[in-house]
Each structure stands twice: as structure tokens, then as C-alpha cells.
Design a binder for this molecule. Structure first.
Ligand code: SAJ
Length: 424
């Protein structure tokens, strides 16, 4: 079968590469002309382990092409962003324009799959857009099953995308049974995990629920970390001990929740059910409040704001990736630079220059060695392996604000350590 994938970002491009590698002929579409150019050259515009290798291989083999326009295909996959706009309302503009871009190419028998995380009802809405503009493809009883439309939410973890694309179980929900079955057959042809069938609305809420589950559980850990800070208790020690209970499994606190999924998707549930989603709403706010709590801790530590040398370790939204989007670390650095007169030093081994939001400010990108040599206050914002490798003896004289528990987590309780490493 020929596949056309609209959206060549963190989900679309790895999916295109994996499908092309499995033998499908894949045509990728993106509005970003530079991305299209790079891909046709066998290169990639995003970092994901091993991705460039696979893209190079399938492009060279002629199995993957990219363009800014769709083409006729048997299967269309939409993998475009679904951010939120003001007041945390879902922004469906990309899904709408992606859907509309393929409408002229659709033919009877085609399968259209929405992989983007979407609010409840989006797949049905896509079907409506398509049918409104292409009455010849009407799906009423008489001419039933001319085209098949489903939601199959992606659930891969950045950093492990190529592996999880194949190994994870998938949930498939069509606008009717036939759509669900056709979609399930397609995923079963390359996924090693189980492919579970349901309807479109349930598939949509399943995906939102998975990320919301994580958000709520991280909020619990973050709330504990702030309670512990007031009580002068080491939260990492606390969680380690509590997790010895056979039915307790608390996640890790951090500087806040980043990425474009976990901090976004719960809002889609809140938007759909504002009265009911009390816990989800509160959890989201707890996580969103954490960067400010960290900033307050840094300001407290900077007793001489004009001269304290502050180095923040990490800008990415989580460990061992280069992705800075919706990163609490980035937010902390940006706000801190606006509040304090001194230069804020930043270490982020995954990037070679500061992102534009941090440029032209009192912020300087330096390396780990210089940070250790010169800073008075070290703020650990991301648990990159690079930072785990830092020799503890080399920083024992520093004031450390460790939002990721790098320096206390695995250690047995020790008064001296808790005094030295203020963990928040
Ligand atoms: N975080 C914590 N404490 C933890 C775990 C995570 O503070 O114990 C923070 C991270 O530092 C990061 C944020 O949460 O800032 C999100 O990171 P993550 O690793 O939990 O998730 P993402 O955003 O990289 O990917 C998630 C995944 N969803 C779930 O694990 C339920 C992934 O499977 C989804 O495909 C992805 O969202 C998505 O695209 O929706």
C-alpha cells in the first residue's frame, strides 16, 4: 500500500521512516520546506536516537519521499500538533488544515487515520469536514464504507520513539466498525504490541487519560516535594521509603512538567468537562506552580543578587533529549534572568546555541566544567546523564538546588547531605 503522512515532526517522521523500512511506499508532507529538503536529502530536522540512520536508508532506497503537497495514497495518516490556545482551549487548526489538504486526493476505499492527540469528538468532526466537501464519498447506509476514518493515538516516548512505535500496544477507534477493523489490520501489519479496538471517542479519551494519569501522579510528587521543603524533609528519601510499600508507586518530583503532551492533554479533558474535572484541574495547576516555587528557592539562595553566580544545569524538558519546547527549565531560566541583575549561566550539552527566547538577555551558555569552576549556586533542572556523571566532590562547596534529586536519590539518609543539598 501507498501511505501519505501529513506532519513530519516528532511523531510523523519516525512513523514515516518505520513504515518505509517495513516495505511500505511512504510520502511525507510538511509545511516546513526546510524539513522537506533535509528529509529528501536523507537528513532530519529533529533529534531522535537512530532516526537519521533509518531516514537515510529509506530515502536512499526510494521508499520515502517528502513534499509540501500530499499525493494520492491508499492510507493517509495525520500527525500534526494539537496545542491549546488562550484559556487552555484546544486548537484544532492544524488537524483541520491537514484534513482539508488531503480532501482533494481521497478516493473510495481509502483509510484515513488521525494519530494526533485530540479532544473528544475530533475524529467524527474530521469525517464531517471530509463528507461536507466530498459528497461523492458519502458514508450513509446506501453507499456505506466508501472511506474509512479512525483515530489511533500515538503513545511513543521521545527518546525511545523507534522502539516504542513497533513494540507498544495501540488503541484503534473508528467512526464505524469497518473503519476500526481496517485500521487495526493496518497497525497489526507492523506493530508487535497488541492492537485494541474500540470506537473513536473512547480512543480519543484513552489517549488523554494516559497523559492525564501521569500529570496527576507527577502533581502528587510535586506537591509532596513542596510540603517536604517546608517540613525540612528530604522528599527523595520520603518517596523511596513510601515506594517500598507493595501498593505505592510515587513518581518523581521535578521543576515542573514539560513537553507538549502531558502539560497540554489534561486541559482537553478539563475543557470537555469543566465541572467534573476537579482533580485533573488542580493537578495541572500544582504542576504549573512548580517553576515559581523553584525560582523562589533560587532567589532565596542568591543572598547577593548582583554578585551571586548562578548556573542552571539543563534546559530540555526532560533527561537526555534536546527538546526545549514547553520546558519548565527554560521557563525558570528566562524568568530568573528577568528578575535578577546578574548573568545567569546555563549548561545544556544537547544544544550549541541558546534558543531565541533566551537570546539578548543576561543569559550565557557555558559548559559543565566552567559552571562548576565559577558558579556559587548550581541549580539542577534536568537529570541528563552528563550531570549524573559530575564528581560530587567537585561541587561539595557549592550551594546546590537540586530539583531532580540527582545528588540524594540513591543515597542512604545522611544529615550532612540534606543540609548541603537543598532538594526541592
Ligand atoms: N516528569 C516528572 N516526574 C516524573 C516523570 C516525568 O517530573 O516522574 C516530567 C518530565 O521531566 C517532563 C514531563 O514530566 O518534564 C513529561 O515527561 P514524560 O517522560 O513523562 O513524558 P513525555 O511528554 O516525554 O511523553 C508522554 C508519554 N506519555 C506517558 O508516559 C503516559 C508518551 O508515551 C506519549 O506518547 C507522549 O507523552 C505524547 O506524545 O503524548
Amino acid at each position: 500500500s501507498k501511505i501519505c503522512i501529513v506532519g513530519l515532526g516528532y511523531i510523523g517522521l519516525p512513523t514515516a521512516a518505520v513504515l518505509a523500512d517495513k516495505g511500505f511506499t511512504v510520502h511525507g508532507v510538511d509545511v516546513n520546506e526546510e524539513a522537506v529538503r533535509l528529509i529528501n536529502n536523507g537528513q532530519v530536522h529533529i533529534y531522535e536516537p537512530d532516526l537519521e540512520k533509518v531516514v537515510k536508508k529509506v530515502v536512499t532506497a526510494g521508499k520515502l519521499t517528502a513534499d509540501i503537497e500530499p499525493i494520492k495514497a491508499d492510507i493517509y495518516i495525520l500527525a500534526v500538533p494539537t496545542p491549546f490556545k488562550e484559556k487552555h482551549k484546544p486548537d484544532m487548526a492544524y488537524v483541520e488544515s491537514a484534513t482539508k489538504s488531503i480532501i482533494p486526493y481521497i478516493e473510495p476505499g481509502n483509510l484515513i487515520i488521525l494519530e494526533s492527540t485530540s479532544p473528544i469528538g475530533t475524529t467524527e468532526k474530521m469525517a464531517e469536514w471530509i463528507l461536507n466537501e466530498r459528497p461523492d464519498l458519502s458514508m450513509d447506509e446506501r453507499k456505506s464504507n466508501q472511506i474509512f476514518i479512525s483515530h489511533c493515538p500515538e503513545r511513543v516516548l521521545p527518546g525511545k520513539i523507534l522502539k516504542e512505535l513497533i513494540e507498544n500496544d495501540r488503541t484503534v477507534g473508528g467512526i464505524n466498525k469497518m473503519s476500526t477493523q481496517k485500521t487495526a489490520e493496518f497497525y497489526e501489519s507492523f506493530v508487535e504490541g497488541e492492537v485494541l479496538q474500540t470506537n473513536a471517542k473512547t480512543a480519543e479519551l484513552t489517549k488523554l487519560t494516559e497523559n492525564t494519569y501521569r500529570d496527576v501522579n507527577i502533581a502528587f510528587a510535586n506537591e509532596l516535594s513542596m510540603i517536604c521543603d517546608d517540613q525540612e524533609i528530604d522528599v527523595w528519601e520520603l518517596i523511596r521509603l513510601a515506594n517500598h510499600h507493595p501498593r505505592v508507586d510515587i513518581l518523581q518530583p521535578g521543576p515542573g512538567v514539560g513537553g507538549h503532551c502531558i502539560a497540554v492533554d489534561p486541559w482537553f479533558i478539563v475543557d470537555a468537562a469543566p465541572e467534573r474535572a476537579q482533580l485533573i484541574y488542580t493537578a495541572r495547576n500544582v504542576n504549573d506552580s512548580k517553576p515559581n516555587f523553584v525560582i523562589d528557592k533560587i532567589k532565596e539562595a542568591a543572598t547577593d543578587p548582583a554578585h551571586s553566580k548562578i548556573a542552571c544545569l539543563g534546559l530540555a524538558f526532560k533527561a537526555n533529549i534536546d527538546d526545549l519546547r514547553e520546558s519548565p527549565a527554560l521557563e525558570i531560566v528566562k524568568d530568573l534572568a528577568e528578575m535578577l541583575p546578574s548573568t545567569i549561566y546555563v549548561v545544556e550539552p544537547h544544544i550549541s546555541e541558546l534558543p531565541s527566547v533566551l537570546r539578548n538577555k543576561n543569559i550565557e551558555l557555558i559548559n559543565t566544567e566552567d559552571a562548576i569552576a565559577n558558579a556559587d549556586i548550581l541549580v539542577i533542572l534536568v537529570d541528563h546523564d552528563y550531570f549524573k556523571a559530575i564528581d560530587k566532590n567537585s561541587i561539595k562547596e557549592k550551594h546546590i538546588i537540586d530539583t531532580r534529586g540527582l545528588y540524594t536519590k540513591s543515597e542512604p539518609y545522611d544529615n550532612a547531605a540534606t543540609e548541603k543539598y537543598l532538594t526541592v
